[in-house]
Design a protein around this ligand. Structure first.
Ligand SMILES: Cc1ncc(COP(=O)(O)O)c(C=O)c1O
Length: 370
């Protein structure tokens, strides 16, 4: 009898020996806190996004909060956020007293629907947060950015899942007033935990740097604090870990595309896609009975999961719900996240596709997101 195929976990990072070498080399230098490697990491991230400033911080969630702080958003200010997705985005803002208003998503892209965004604007709206859903950087993002400019509203682009993606010559993280990245384990590159704020505007970068370093990044020299801030700085050990992965960013993105292409051979027409021939960060299908599909896939060693909700279906945000939001509810009710991540090989993609078919579950056809 053949040995059963190994379990494919939901998230598969890919880390070569150069990562361990980089961390060891950094430790040997004795510089462990935020220093040259952290500065180099921020600069390299900015360069990849084609933008002037990059400020690393402790997580993607914190990067979004730092963006709000740098923009001078105050408790009570209203911010528009997508109604479906990871809890981090909304929590980043509510944790500092901002008032979220949910915006329905477009089913095909998973991103904010522009018409809905316009309809949800109120005189109290002080900012918009657009999530590049699963790495989606497309026409809708261009339109939202143009609308925000017209309205004089700052746009926070949550590009947590989109490092290295681009659309019409512009890079993820560079479409808004401030872009935010995450380096959690599920991302194209990971430092375990980590994030960064990206901006073209030096004054905003300075404000971000102030907030994460006790209100004054020069305080160690001046012994003076001009503003309130806290300590949310990154460190050189993780920065060197991150830098080592950025050296292979093209290869990393190519691995993602290759595994996605293999999976797509099996499930073409049924997989969530992003524009421009890119691969999304997640591998997603839609099923009538997602819990049963997840169960049957796990029985075959495929670590699928149902993830994320219509945000108002979380008790803490129930007050934000109400009529409508059919697309967000449908994503919650039907989406199944298949294993994803840079560790996936092409044969894994094929195995996942075969396993999905072997379950016999009916999948929904998807319109490609553009
Ligand atoms: C779209 C999005 N925004 C924000 C975050 C938060 O990032 P972190 O987990 O680094 O706090 C994530 C992480 O999963 C994400 O996917």
């Amino acid at each position: 009898m053949n040995a059963p195929a190994p379990m494919l976990p939901l998230v598969q990072p890919w880390l070569g020996p150069e990562c361990a070498d980089a961390v060891r080399d950094q430790i040997v230098t004795g510089f462990l806190g935020p220093g040259k490697a952290t500065a180099a990491f921020g600069a390299r991230l900015a360069e990849i996004a084609g933008i002037a400033h990059g400020v690393p911080t402790v997580s993607g969630t914190v990067a979004l909060t730092v963006a709000a702080k740098a923009l001078g958003l105050e408790p009570g200010d209203e911010i528009l956020v997508p109604a479906y997705g990871v809890i981090s985005t909304i929590n980043a803002f509510t944790s500092v007293g901002l008032v979220p208003r949910l915006v329905e998503i477009d089913f095909a892209t998973g991103c904010i629907d522009v018409a809905q965004l316009k309809a949800r604007l109120t005189p109290k709206t002080k900012a918009v947060c657009f999530v590049d859903f699963s790495g989606h950087t497309g026409q809708v993002l261009v339109e939202v950015a143009a609308f925000c400019r017209e309205q004089g509203l700052p746009l926070i682009e949550d590009a947590a899942c989109a490092l290295g993606q681009h659309f019409e010559g512009r890079n993820a993280g560079s479409f808004g007033t401030i872009g935010c990245l995450s380096f959690s384990v599920a991302k194209v590159m990971t430092t375990g935990q980590g994030g960064a704020v990206l901006t073209q505007d030096k004054a905003l970068a300075d404000k971000a740097a102030c907030w994460i370093d006790h209100g004054d990044p020069d305080w160690r020299q001046t012994n003076t604090h001009r503003h309130i801030g806290t300590n949310l700085r990154f460190n050189d050990i993780l920065a060197s870990f991150g830098l080592s992965q950025l050296q292979t960013l093209d290869q990393r993105l190519e691995r993602k595309r290759a595994a996605f292409a293999a999976l797509r051979e099996e499930l073409d027409g049924y997989l969530f896609t992003v524009p421009g021939g890119e691969a999304p960060l997640h591998n997603i299908v839609f099923a009538d009975e997602p819990a049963a599909l997840v169960r049957d896939l796990r029985a075959q060693g495929i670590g699928a999961a149902q993830q994320y909700r219509f945000l108002a279906n979380n008790p803490v945000y129930a007050h934000l719900g109400g009529e409508g939001f059919d697309n967000s509810r449908r994503w919650e009710a039907q989406a199944v996240y298949l294993p994803f991540g840079l560790g996936l090989m092409q044969e894994d993609g094929r195995r996942i596709g075969h396993s999905v078919r072997a379950t016999g579950h009916r999948l929904h056809r998807v319109r490609s997101g553009n």
